[in-house]
Design a protein around this ligand. Structure first.
Ligand code: FES
Length: 116
């Protein structure tokens, strides 16, 4: 594990996100009502980018823009696996349910850091 600087907490308003490349590991950093959370940037379904994924109305669930798997951003747990378009279940036989990797975020004097 290595600690990486992730910028100022003031630069990310609640509901916003940013993509970081931490020594080759792509991470999405979110600022939610519950605080700052970092998760893997690639969807565990097919490792496609989730930067433009939808933050659902509950303010804590990220929906993959490709096949709409849904993840709890704070815990990485799967709320709903890939379910779009119809027929995706055929692919899911070999691309089974997998949680989103999460990374610890700490805040010190307004500066954020992430353990990767
Ligand atoms: S790539 Fe994200 S649900 Fe398929």
């Amino acid at each position: 594990m290595t600690t990486h600087q992730a910028g100022s907490a003031d630069d990310l308003a609640i509901g916003e996100r940013k993509l970081l490349n931490l020594d080759g590991t792509k991470v999405l950093l979110f600022h939610l009502d519950s605080g700052f959370h970092a998760v893997q940037a690639g969807c565990p379904h097919m490792l496609l980018p989730m930067k433009s994924g939808k933050l659902l109305d509950d303010g804590k669930t990220l929906q993959c823009p490709i096949h709409r798997a849904q993840f709890d951003i704070a815990t990485g747990e799967v709320n709903k696996w890939a379910h779009f378009p119809p027929g995706i279940q055929m692919l899911n036989v070999i691309r089974g349910e997998k949680c989103l990797q999460t990374y610890a975020v700490t805040q010190d004097g307004g500066e954020l850091s992430i353990e990767v």
